[in-house]
Design a protein around this ligand. Structure first.
Ligand SMILES: C[S@@+](CC[C@H](N)C(=O)[O-])C[C@H]1O[C@@H](n2cnc3c(N)ncnc32)[C@H](O)[C@@H]1O
Length: 253
């Protein structure tokens, strides 16, 4: 598992602009939250890349992940922050957290839910977690267009601090009716001459835009706020396919 080697994970995703992402989260909060936000909660937090900046911005950071190594790495990374970063080991499918939250987010499509029951169970957990008026921000979790289109341009190489990571993604349709996909992620590491290879296989149920709208409408605890492309609140998604990293926002009633 690449997630057992958080440093390599961090290198593989070091192309991201974490500062811009953090600022965008606050923009969403300022525009759409109905409550003052003190506690923020990340689903599938991994190495908790935004924790430092979010704390600097005045929030108390909480993260949930299923992988102990990722959480230990996050704790090590942020050990010198003035306030404690709260890390919780659990599955997003069904969890309870003792502190109510004002804002929640999930990045990079890290919604690992395999069927409709798991989707319902996850949103029930989120509903219990969030205070009324709080937002749930979903990055790349709704599937606009055909996931198989990502099989083009699916290889990239990145180098940081002497570690080179070559990633290749391949997506396969497993079950058309259930919209189940298998994503095979091959990662080749060259860590200053030491070589490793990981083959990660993740199964995911694609959540299509109209299914998501129906799902939220049928619940009485969340309202749909909107979805956008390019991480820009001036660019709502209208009738489009193949949007990269679409952002969706819902709010607890
Ligand atoms: C792509 S990483 C995202 C990490 C981080 N949020 C970021 O923005 O870089 C996905 C994370 O999801 C976690 N994960 C996978 N299945 C999970 C589950 N069922 N419940 C909670 N976390 C899970 C993995 O351990 C991994 O740390």
């Amino acid at each position: 598992m690449l997630y057992d080697y958080p440093e390599y994970y961090e290198t593989a995703f070091s192309f991201r602009n974490i500062e811009e992402e953090s600022r965008f989260l606050t923009k969403c909060i300022n525009r759409f939250s109905k409550i003052d936000v003190k506690n923020v909660f990340e689903i599938a937090c991994g190495n908790a890349p935004h924790a430092g900046l979010l704390q600097e911005m005045g929030y108390s950071y909480h993260g949930l992940d299923i992988n102990r190594n990722m959480l230990d790495y996050a704790a090590y990374l942020w050990k010198d922050l003035p306030n404690k970063v709260n890390l919780h080991e659990a599955s997003m499918v069904d969890f309870k957290y003792p502190i109510k939250q004002d804002f929640a987010y999930v990045m990079l499509g890290s919604l690992y839910l395999n069927d409709f029951d798991e989707i319902v169970s996850h949103f029930n957990s989120m509903s219990n977690l969030l205070n009324s008026g709080g937002l749930y921000f979903l990055d790349w979790c709704i599937q606009f267009g055909d996931p198989l289109a990502h099989n083009n341009n699916n290889r990239f190489v990145i180098e940081k601090d002497g570690i080179e990571v070559e990633s290749e993604f391949n997506i396969k349709l497993l079950d058309q009716e259930q919209q189940m996909y298998e994503e095979v992620w091959t990662i080749k590491i060259n860590d200053r001459g030491r070589r490793k290879q990981f083959n990660m296989v993740e199964r995911n149920k694609a959540i299509l835009p109209d299914q998501f709208l129906r799902f939220i409408k049928e619940r009485d605890d969340f309202e749909f706020i909107g979805w956008w492309k390019d991480w820009n609140l001036d660019n709502p998604i209208e009738d489009e396919n193949n949007v990269t990293r679409p952002i969706a926002l819902i709010r607890k009633r």
